[in-house]
Design a protein around this ligand. Structure first.
Ligand code: GDP
Ligand code: CO
Length: 396
């Protein structure tokens, strides 16, 4: 891959945020790593070496099997796939169909795919006994939601001994885009080899049909709002106006497991924005010194602009406003948010919601960092019930 070296950055305590990086060549072949003042050439071998230590978590809920299969087609073979499904088991056992599809697929391709169900009682028990019952609902099973699925995927990646963790939605129509995201995750880790690195993708365009023509929109409707307010927050912290944040709610992202285990997860649509806030809270050194850091260690966040258009299953426009509210809510309720920014957030909500605007954004459920889990107990309980309850395809 040939990729731009970031031009600007913001430094907040131990956290370094790099500006958006363009990709100039998706595959620049094998050979030597080269770099001039503008561009770095990352040979394919370098990227594959990283992918061998990477797990890709694919959250699934009632997606068409053809779509899920397309996503798997796009994930490069060195990666371990972890499919976390919350699809129905009755009246039609969708999960069973997903398992069969995965089994066939991994037989043809020799792919490593671990398949788990979000409502697996073994997992629920493992969570309860390892001291993380926040994630359980009244029935004692893991709550529904993508964030909860991501938490499970993170723990599975740790269980399989992986170093890097990436997320790819299962409703992506373009296997080529999925392929590109994973390569870009690897490129981000290659360029930032520290133990605590976050890579976030800003897709280049999102195709829409406007007056019977394809129109390539640059920014998603919700990212405009969350990027703007996150930049306002950084401006408040540093005293210098900035527009560095371009990936406030980037669903396509990857991070080292070392970092993932130290971060909180917000439920609902707020998970990605909250990761950003939580990085600032944990590592920005703003109102308390950073914890979880080795002497001299830094946390790096890099943002890469992908080249494929982003196309996923359309589930209607209804939830866009809810997504924006959820993202803004975690910024509003963060202890870093000054009163002036709270007022800006409320002005934004009133502008979009009119008379329906609440007096304050509804607070999101926040799950504590996974470092609080007793990992040996969790893995032991999970492994004990794993063979009996949980289907696995080509694990590790
Ligand atoms: P959007 O792309 O942000 O509009 O949200 P989607 O509805 O497409 O969801 C993103 C991804 O999460 C898709 O791959 C869904 O199949 C998956 N997903 C949604 N809800 C759940 C859930 O409760 N559990 C799991 N494991 N995955 C989910
Ligand atoms: Co989607």
């Amino acid at each position: 891959m040939r990729i731009e070296i970031p031009r600007d950055f913001e430094r907040i305590g131990a956290l370094q945020i790099f500006g958006l990086q363009k990709v100039y060549e998706l595959d620049s072949g094998p050979g030597r790593r080269e770099r001039d003042s503008m561009i770095e050439r990352l040979p394919s071998d370098t990227l594959y070496d990283i992918m061998r230590e990477m797990a890709i978590v694919v959250p699934v809920k009632e997606e068409r099997l053809k779509l899920i299969e397309g996503v798997l087609v796009g994930i490069p073979s060195p990666c371990q796939v972890i499919l976390v499904s919350n699809s129905a088991r009755s009246p039609i056992d969708r999960f069973h169909m997903e398992q069969e599809t995965m089994e066939n697929f991994s037989r043809f391709t020799d792919k490593k795919v671990l398949v788990v169900h979000q409502k697996d009682p073994t997992l629920a028990r493992a969570f309860a006994e390892a001291g993380y019952s926040e994630i359980l609902d009244d029935d004692g099973l893991v709550r529904s939601g993508k964030a909860e699925g991501m938490i499970m995927g993170t723990l599975m990646a740790k269980w399989l001994g992986k170093k890097y963790l990436g997320f790819v939605d299962s409703d992506n129509y373009l296997p080529g885009a999925v392929h590109e995201y994973v390569k870009e995750y690897a490129a981000g880790f290659a360029m930032n080899p520290g133990a605590k690195t976050f890579v976030r993708i800003s897709w280049h365009s999102k195709p829409k049909i406007v007056e019977s023509n394809l129109f390539f929109a640059k920014w998603g409707r919700s990212s405009v709002h969350s990027n703007h307010i996150l930049n306002r927050l950084l401006t408040n912290i540093t005293g210098f106006e900035t527009e560095i944040v371009k990936t406030g709610n980037a669903g396509e992202h990857a991070l080292t497991l070392d970092l993932a285990l130290t971060l909180e997860y917000a439920a609902g649509y707020a998970v990605e924005t909250h990761h950003f806030i939580n990085l600032l809270q944990e590592y920005g050194g703003i109102d308390r010194p950073p914890r979880n850091l080795r002497p001299g260690e830094r946390v790096t966040l890099c943002q890469i602009e992908s080249r494929n258009p982003h196309m996923h299953a359309s589930k209607g426009d209804d939830h866009v406003e809810d997504m924006i509210d959820a993202s803004l809510s975690v910024i509003y309720h963060s202890r870093l948010c000054p009163a002036s920014l709270k007022a800006e957030i409320m002005a934004n909500i009133r502008m979009r919601r009119g008379d329906n605007a609440p007096a304050e954004p509804f607070p999101m459920r926040i799950y504590p960092a996974l470092s609080q889990i007793d990992l040996p107990t969790f893995f032991e309980r999970w492994q004990a019930g794993f063979r009996r309850h949980s289907p696995v395809v080509g694990s590790s």
